[in-house]
Design a protein around this ligand. Sequence first.
Ligand code: 6GU
Length: 254
Amino acid sequence: MRFHVMTLFPDMVMQGLRTSILLRAEEKGLVSFEAVNIREYTDNKHGKVDDYTYGGGAGMLMQAQPVYDCWDSIQRRLPGKARVVYLTPQGKVFSQQMARDLAEEEDLILLCGHYEGIDERVLEEIVTDEISIGDYVLTGGELAAMVVIDAVSRMIPGVLGNHDSSDTESHMHGLLEYPQYSRPEEWHGKKVPPILLSGDHAKVDAWRMEQAVERTRIRRPDLYAAFMEANPDYGKPKGRKKRPRPAKDSPETG
Ligand code: 6GU
């Protein structure tokens, strides 16, 4: 998959992406990254890409012309019409499902805004998806673009080693990850839960599942509710027949 980032800060984006797992993925030919400097496409002789907003108010806006010409120069060299993701706090909040969906694309163009945003007219013409990475405001779209690219890349087969496979991750069953421990067995007076040293894989799996569910219940009641909705029998004793429960209005229930 090829990622094309439209930005005023190409070095920031490339340095962020060409590190660790994503660097290895690019070296293996599984993904490629380019950052295209929007400023190189401005018609303004001073290299200006922003101007005041009509109607007044604080701040500057990125102008339509350089953004459009930058997009056009990228799109012209692609084999088909690529989706264009605009990173903005006004977008749909990014999720694992959106990462999975974007990972199906051959090319993806990401547009990073700055200042108070971008002239709406060019957004209407080129943008197919608007994404926010959460309910807070960043100074620009670059960090958000890197977040999206990271999450999308790790869904591509071969990017992760088989050890950190993308389906034992947090959020896979819609649950948070269980706690994990490495050597030594005791550190700062804290022992590793004995069940993890028992060698009983069935018990270890059951313990991890319980921990994941309990952690999710405490920390993310929204995810817990969705999990229980999808797994209504979770935690109910299985096997033996339950004693029939007296009806609600039975004298036995008081
Ligand atoms: Cl995508 N951009 C900016 N500037 N701020 C954000 C964001 C994006 N997502 C959350 N906050």
